[in-house]
Design a protein around this ligand. Structure first.
Ligand code: GLC
Length: 719
């Protein structure tokens, strides 16, 4: 439909029909089937008649259901304005990919984009139009359960992934009319939801506007610059004002500075929760503040429905604000081609062929293989040989709970466990399996059986972890260790005296201190998704070499939090030449450094760096060209992720000790060496100054290169 046709359509709409477009409800309002419920339920204030005008639905999918609902809806909607179907497709639809925090360790934006494109294809054919993804909240606190949805602590990587995911979902040129196997992205949660005090879910966020702009806003802006059609508000406050009713955030920053012209949708009940926060008196006040703050769609509460008409007639809200919101919603429907074809590519026959296809599962396998991080490999205990006698023991030897949360349509029942894959893919391997049924307890029989098979094995793989429900929304934890029973189990298996490899399935950086020192091999598998078990075994048996690198620091214990690589120096930094000095910024009981740092991950070989040089091409816009020679110093081929960091020695505000400014992925055969070059523009050294603007300063910089944030070569330049 042309823009002026949309304006004409808007002109035909009654006030009730316009207000209806701002309402979103779950699918069970339209069908008897159960829908995905992802928040607290309020009293339903909508009549059957109201539902004829509600603009969108969340948590309902499946071509048969969505087509049936759309058909009936269009028959009852006076102006035949189609319904929008939205849902949380966060790391895959039915083919589930590793959780985003895992996928991020691939340092492979193209692969991440491919997974989003597969998710979009499965979603579109199943009747969905919008996904509530990517979640791009920067996170430095593993106590927060939703860390599993994030891509970690680094602004640059978060921006790269935000862009990749939007491009994957929305397809070429964001042309959703001509690419009906793509869907609209909804970047969330705007803004800074990933920084709640104490890592406690839904808690207060307290940070300066400068810090917000320096580290937390860039990833939302990257998603918007990539064309994200929607933005979702967050539950938290920003500088004392809940994000959802925050005009500074949603009008000045989002609309005026970021030039966002798409739809702003509230998170579930986030509008009404302004009352709990204590900035709105009642639902009427919520409706007034939210419309003024520019929220277009109200998710699963009914304040707009109840009071917008009255607010307009009382002239407390201008009808123009309502028209703005409705027009953005109509434009979104038009961008999806729904006026021409309300069913888009929803097709039950195609759905059966496309969803969970072998081709998609291959993408899931590749994604999982590139997302599993090797943290320890003492004495080269890995890779395993099929001729070795290996015992696989522990709760995740037979558990299929490896999809993680936000895997709504993923089926645990169809997900192969490690034991399943050993049977199908490793028939000749000498393995024994001794499972533990419960993540939180180990019976005496299970322990005895596990120790017995360990005694008869050459090596023991102990498969531990969290249940998928121990991370995700509303799943903050004050202890981030493995469950006690598992730690006791691991100690018992260790006492048998064989080399032990621990594999952990989890949704957050755990405190692995109790394991890391005594273990021989240590593998972080995250929740690796549909093909996770196959990917893990392909890595353990060396069919595939690990290449993943952490995008979030692993703390030594929960007391260290927040611990992250791009920290400030402080006025009293530790001086390693004078460790006796008491009066420095440190703890009495643990080092300041994390257990495993940002950018860290082992491979089955080793790499050496030398011949590091930096040249500056002076001029108005100086260019910094770096080069380093990287050599595969091991016995087998491997992939190195060469990481480039910079430090601005003196700034108008304090600058981090290092910031990732780029990376290069190089595959080298044993003994092979390569000169890797990387150039930076002066603008890439920019940061947010007192005036809230981002630009670089001239002066001295440290340039660093290495295999992770704590292993770098350093040189200085002046710009
Ligand atoms: C939830 C989440 C949000 C999700 C929405 C719809 O509360 O905060 O990420 O997209 O509700 O399910």
């Amino acid at each position: 439909m042309k823009q002026n046709d949309l304006q004409a359509l808007l002109g035909e709409m009654t006030l009730a029909e316009k207000i209806g477009q701002l309402q979103q409800v779950t699918g069970d309002f339209y069908t008897n089937d159960s829908a995905e419920i992802t928040g607290p339920l309020s009293n339903n204030l909508l009549s059957e008649d109201d539902l004829k005008n509600s603009g969108s639905v969340l948590g309902l999918s499946g071509a048969t259901d969505t087509n049936a609902v759309q058909k009936k809806y269009l028959e009852n909607n006076r102006l035949h304005i189609p319904l929008l179907f939205m849902a949380d497709i966060v790391h895959g639809y039915r083919t589930i990919f590793p959780i985003p925090l895992g996928l991020a360790t691939s340092w492979n934006p193209e692969l991440v984009k491919e997974t989003a494109a597969v998710a979009a294809k499965e979603s579109a054919v199943s009747g969905l139009h919008v996904t509530f993804s990517p979640m791009v909240d920067l996170v430095r606190d593993p106590r927060w359960g939703r860390v599993m949805e994030s891509t970690g602590e680094d602004p640059l990587l978060n921006c790269l992934y935000a862009e990749s995911v939007v491009q994957g979902y929305q397809g070429p040129a964001n042309d959703l009319i001509n690419n009906a196997d793509h869907i609209a992205a909804c970047v969330k949660h705007f803004a800074a939801y990933g920084a709640p005090e104490g890592g406690r879910e839904y808690n207060t966020v307290n940070m300066s506007d400068r810090e917000l702009r320096e580290n937390y806003l860039p990833s939302y802006q990257a998603a918007i610059n990539a064309g994200s059609k929607l933005v979702m508000t967050s539950f938290n406050t920003i500088d004392g004002v809940p994000a959802t009713v925050n005009t500074y955030l949603n009008r000045q920053i989002l609309r005026d500075e970021f030039k966002f012209e798409g739809v702003l949708i509230s998170d579930w009940a986030a509008m009404m929760e302004a009352i709990n926060h204590g900035v709105a008196e009642d639902h009427r006040d919520v409706a007034k503040q939210s419309l003024k703050a520019g929220v277009d769609i109200e998710m699963m509460t009914f304040c707009y429905h109840q009071f917008v008409e009255e607010l307009i007639s009382a002239k407390e809200v201008d009808e123009g604000l309502l028209d703005e919101a409705v027009l953005r919603i109509l434009e979104l429907k038009n961008d999806l081609g729904l006026f021409e074809n309300p069913y888009r590519s929803a097709d039950a026959v195609k759905e059966a062929a496309v969803v969970y296809s072998a081709e998609h599962q291959q993408v899931a396998l590749k994604a999982a293989e590139e997302s599993i991080v090797l943290l320890e490999n003492k004495n080269n205990v890995l890779p395993l040989a099929t001729s070795e006698k290996v015992a696989f023991v522990g709760p995740f030897a037979t558990s299929s709970d490896i999809l993680g949360t936000w895997s709504w349509k993923g089926e645990i029942s169809e997900t192969a466990s490690v034991a399943d894959v050993l049977g199908t893919d490793y028939p000749t391997a000498k393995v024994t399996i001794s499972p533990v049924a419960d993540v939180f307890s180990v019976t005496a029989e299970e322990l005895a059986a596990a120790k017995a098979v360990a005694k008869n094995a050459d090596k023991v793989v102990v498969l531990l972890g969290e249940t998928s429900q121990m991370s995700g929304e509303a799943s903050s934890r004050t202890s981030i260790q493995l469950p006690e029973a598992q730690l006791a189990f691991w100690d018992e298996i260790l006492s048998v005296g064989k080399p032990v490899i621990v594999v952990s399935f989890n949704g957050r950086p755990l405190d692995l201190s109790a394991v890391s020192e005594k273990v021989t091999g240590l593998v972080e598998a995250w929740f690796p998704g549909t093909k996770g078990a196959t990917a893990l075994l392909n890595i353990l048996y060396g069919k595939v070499a690990p290449k993943a690198r952490l995008t979030m620091s692993f703390p030594r214990n929960v007391g260290q939090i927040p611990v992250y690589y791009n920290h400030f120096n402080t006025g009293r930094p530790i001086n390693f030449d004078d460790l006796g000095n008491k009066y420095v910024s440190k703890y009495l009981d643990v080092p300041n450094t994390p257990l495993y740092p940002f950018g860290y991950g082992l491979t089955y070989t080793t790499f050496g760096y030398d011949h590091f040089k930096v040249a500056v091409e002076a001029g108005a816009e100086p260019v910094i060209t770096c080069q380093v020679r990287v050599k595969n110093t091991g016995q087998t081929a491997g992939t190195e992720i060469v990481q480039w960091y910079l430090r601005d020695i003196v700034g108008q505000v304090v600058r981090p000790m290092k910031e990732l400014k780029g990376f290069d992925t190089v595959e080298l055969q044993a003994g092979e060496e390569r000169v890797v070059t990387h150039s930076f523009t002066f603008a890439e050294l920019g940061y947010v100054h007192h005036d809230k603007k981002r630009y670089p300063d001239h002066g001295e910089f440290e340039v660093m290169v290495g295999s992770h944030s704590e292993s770098v070569l350093t040189t200085r330049i002046t710009l």
